[in-house]
Design a protein around this ligand. Structure first.
Ligand SMILES: O=P(O)(O)O[C@@H]1[C@@H](OP(=O)(O)O)[C@H](OP(=O)(O)O)[C@H](O)[C@H](OP(=O)(O)O)[C@H]1OP(=O)(O)O
Ligand SMILES: Nc1ncnc2c1ncn2[C@@H]1O[C@H](COP(=O)(O)OP(=O)(O)OP(=O)(O)O)[C@@H](O)[C@H]1O
Length: 393
């Protein structure tokens, strides 16, 4: 694999970014290593004072090993992008600086105010380009976070016992996503439980709501994006879709009717939902209580992840008891559930493929943040007079 410096920064075109990475697609001269790929580059916070550290450890981006050794045991590799590590090469900082300068005007303002490409990195990740070439790709952030406590499937563990009397009536009625949307003052009729229901009319309702929120908020939502021939389009450009998929004259209808059979047939939504649920047996409330009993430990190594998966896969629906002896199992399970709660599905039409992205391992340091955020979300929602009732399937 040649280093990135063998290509020009201008060969890479900004596609999109999340909280941790920026993604660019290759548009340079034909090259067997880079054609059809995207570059995933880590970002650093602008207020990060450590500007001198040059990262060169194999550990700097564990996603490739995590995918090969862990994720592929949970999701079929046909539904995952292929990934490879790539060296930036000689004068890496200069090359990344040129790329950063070129991307800056294309980045959303709120991201530019927070972070930038980490120019100290020596390696990056190349992945299959899932939005490039002819076709339409719709990205849906697959936040299910079900109110699983009321699910009949959860006969194996009476999860409400881990909830406090104050939160139980709230958390068993309204899903985490809908409560969080309320806290963020983002009202929408979208409920992820509709999307994950497997029911045609509910899936269609969810897609309609996602599309409407995307259009109403001028494409600034972070849970729905539309890419046409590799370009992240804004709602004002949606007419370009007409004729690409069918003879349906309305772009929203054309996209939704193409997406629907893919989402209903592909097993990915069901798999993600199952993983989110079975890995989050205690809820953050139950886990937090358990964490008070023993130290939670450091960031899991790949060896620890594989041991955890051996145990989890031997009996996914029957977790070990929620006691101090099994704290580490529950910490790893919750971390992995958080990864699946934050992933996105890229659905490509007319090809009809569905690929899961953004499956990075989460840091153990976030457990406190999740506990605090959960408390904030539920406290705010407790004050809502007419609470939404989310229907689990
Ligand atoms: O904490 P949350 O629930 O707000 O989720 C974060 C997301 O915010 P959202 O609620 O989707 O607007 C957040 O999404 P945005 O950056 O806001 O698009 C990230 O996905 C973040 O994960 P990471 O920092 O990239 O590892 C997510 O953090 P984790 O909860 O996965 O740690
Ligand atoms: N393989 C890919 N092909 C095409 N586009 C991609 C690919 N991977 C990611 N993207 C685009 O880049 C965006 C950012 O990537 P990703 O979600 O992996 O970053 P992140 O910083 O980890 O996100 P988050 O903050 O949501 O956790 C995605 O939302 C998607 O639009």
């Amino acid at each position: 694999m040649p280093p990135l410096v063998d290509t020009l920064p201008a060969d890479w075109v900004y596609i999109c970014e999340g909280g941790a990475t920026i993604v660019l697609s290759y548009h340079g001269p034909s090259n067997p290593f880079f054609d059809g790929t995207v570059l995933r580059l880590r970002k650093r916070a602008l207020d990060d004072t450590d500007t001198d550290t040059v990262h060169d450890s194999e550990q700097e981006d564990p996603i490739i090993e995590f995918q090969e050794k862990c994720l592929e045991r949970l999701i079929s590799p046909t539904h995952l992008p292929r990934m490879k590590r790539v060296l930036v090469g000689a004068d890496s900082e200069k090359w990344l600086q040129a790329l950063a300068v070129q991307c800056e005007p294309l980045r959303p303002l709120e991201r530019r105010q927070k972070d930038e490409i980490d120019r100290k990195r020596l390696k990056a990740v190349l992945a299959t380009d899932l939005v490039g070439g002819e076709g339409i790709t719709v990205e849906i952030k697959a936040r299910c976070r079900a109110c699983f406590y009321s699910s009949p499937k959860w006969g194996f563990l009476p999860s409400p016992i881990y909830l406090s009397n104050a939160t139980r009536p709230i958390k068993t009625q309204t899903c985490r996503f809908c409560m969080h949307s309320h806290l963020k003052a983002l009202s929408s009729s979208y409920c992820p439980l509709d999307l994950f229901s497997g029911d045609e009319s509910r899936t269609k309702k969810a897609l309609n709501s996602l599309w409407d929120a995307w259009a109403d908020r001028h494409g600034t939502v972070n849970n729905f994006r539309v890419f046409v021939n590799g370009k992240n389009i804004s709602p004002t450009e949606q007419q370009c879709i007409v004729g690409l998929l069918s003879d349906i004259a309305d772009p929203k209808e054309a996209v939704i009717s193409a997406l629907l059979p893919v989402l209903l047939d592909a097993p990915v939504l069901h798999t993600i939902s199952r993983l989110q649920r079975t890995l989050d047996a205690l809820d953050i409330e139950g886990l937090a209580r358990l964490c008070g009993l023993a130290p939670i430990g450091t960031q899991p190594t790949i060896a620890e992840w594989t041991d955890f998966l051996d145990a989890y896969l031997a009996s996914p629906t029957t977790p070990p008891p929620a006691d101090a002896t099994h704290l580490r199992y529950h910490v790893l399970a919750y971390l992995l559930s958080a990864t699946f709660k934050d992933c996105s599905v890229l659905v490509r039409v007319p090809n009809g493929t569905a690929t899961v992205i953004d499956l990075d391992p989460k840091s153990v340091d976030r457990l406190r943040k999740w506990e605090q955020l959960d408390r904030e979300i539920v406290t705010a929602y407790a004050a809502v007079p007419n609470r939404k009732i989310c229907v689990d399937s």
